[in-house]
Design a protein around this ligand. Structure first.
Ligand code: OAD
Length: 250
C-alpha cells in the first residue's frame, strides 16, 4: 500500500509510533541544491576527477596546491547553493520526533545552514580548514590553481588542509560513536541519497535493521543497500521527505 506520492503506508505508520528516528544522508540530498554527487555517471565528481589525485593524504603531500585549489573551488560552489526542501524537512524532524538523529556523510554544510546544527558529520566539513602538521584551525587558503603557492599555517608554516575525511583516514571517533548509537537504538532508520558504497557509513542501515528498526531508503536509483530495506521510495529526496511530512500530518 502506498500513501500519497508513493510513500509506503508501513513507513508512515512506523514513523507515527516511533520514539527514536535516525536518518543517514549522502550527496543525493544536496543534488537538488545544485551540488554534484560523487558517483552519478554523468556529472558525479568521481567520474570527472580521480579521488586518488585529490582525496588522499598522499595526493595532498604530492600536490598540495592542486588539492587546496580543488577544495576551495568546491567551497565556492557550495557557498553559491542553498538548502533545499529535503534539508528543511529534516530540520523539522527534530521537533517532530521524541529523539531524532541526523547523520550525514556530506561535507557541504547545507544541513547546518538549514538549521540542523546537531547533525553528526561523519566525513567532516569543507569549511573547517586546519594545519596538516599541527592540526590548529586556520582560515581557508586563497589558492585557485595548482600553480599557486600552497597555503600554510600562520603559526607553524605547515600545509593547510580541508577538514574533510580523505580515503584511507579514520572517521572522527566521537561522530562515529554517535552515529552507531543512533543506528543501534532507532525505531525507524532512513537512508537518504547515498549510494551505500562507502563504509562504515554504509553499514549503519544494516546495524539498525539488526536491532529491529524499520529501515527505508529514499533514492531514485537502486543501491547495494536496497535489498536489505523494509521500504524503498524511488523519488528525489526534495520530493520524498516533504511528502513524508505531509503524510504524517494528514
Ligand atoms: P554518491 O555520489 O556515491 O551517491 C549519491 C546517491 O544519491 C546515488 O545513489 C544517487 O542515485 C542518489 N541521488 C541522486 N540524486 C538524488 C536526489 N535528488 N535525491 C535522493 N538521492 C539522489 O554519494 P555518497 O553516497 O554521499 O566521501 O558518497 C559517500 C562518500 O563517498 C562521500 O561522503 C564522499 C565520497 O567519496 C568523502 O568525501 C570522505
Amino acid at each position: 500500500m502506498m500513501a500519497a506520492d508513493q510513500i509506503p503506508t508501513a513507513l508512515v505508520d512506523r514513523l507515527r509510533s516511533a520514539r527514536r528516528v535516525a536518518v543517514l544522508t549522502g550527496a543525493g540530498v544536496s543534488a537538488e541544491s545544485g551540488i554534484p554527487t560523487f558517483r552519478d555517471a554523468l556529472d558525479g565528481l568521481w567520474s570527472r576527477f580521480d579521488p586518488r589525485e585529490l582525496a588522499t593524504p598522499d595526493a595532498f603531500i604530492r600536490h598540495p596546491a592542486r588539492v587546496q585549489a580543488w577544495y576551495r573551488h568546491r567551497d565556492r560552489l557550495v557557498d553559491a547553493c542553498a538548502p533545499n526542501p529535503a534539508h528543511e524537512t529534516l530540520t523539522d524532524f527534530y521537533a517532530r520526533f521524541e529523539t531524532f538523529s541526523l547523520i550525514t556523510q556530506n561535507v557541504d554544510g547545507l544541513h547546518r545552514r538549514a538549521g540542523s546544527e546537531a547533525a553528526v558529520r561523519l566525513h567532516g566539513s569543507l569549511n573547517d580548514w586546519r594545519c596538516f602538521a599541527c592540526a590548529r584551525p586556520a582560515p581557508p587558503p586563497d589558492v585557485r590553481s595548482e600553480t599557486d603557492v600552497p597555503g600554510r599555517c600562520p603559526i607553524c608554516r605547515g600545509l593547510l588542509r580541508p577538514g574533510v575525511v580523505w580515503f584511507g583516514e579514520p572517521l572522527p571517533p566521537d561522530e562515529l560513536d554517535r552515529a552507531m548509537e543512533a543506528a543501534a537504538t532507532a525505531d525507524v532508520f532512513l537512508s537518504v541519497g547515498t549510494s551505500g558504497e562507502v563504509y562504515p557509513a554504509a553499514g549503519l542501515p544494516e546495524m539498525a535493521r539488526q536491532q529491529h528498526a524499520f529501515v527505508a531508503e529514499i533514492n531514485p536509483q537502486a543501491t547495494p543497500l536496497s535489498a536489505g530495506m523494509d521500504a524503498v521510495i524511488r523519488l528525489p529526496a526534495g520530493r520524498a521527505l516533504p511528502a513524508i511530512a505531509r503524510a504524517l500530518d494528514s
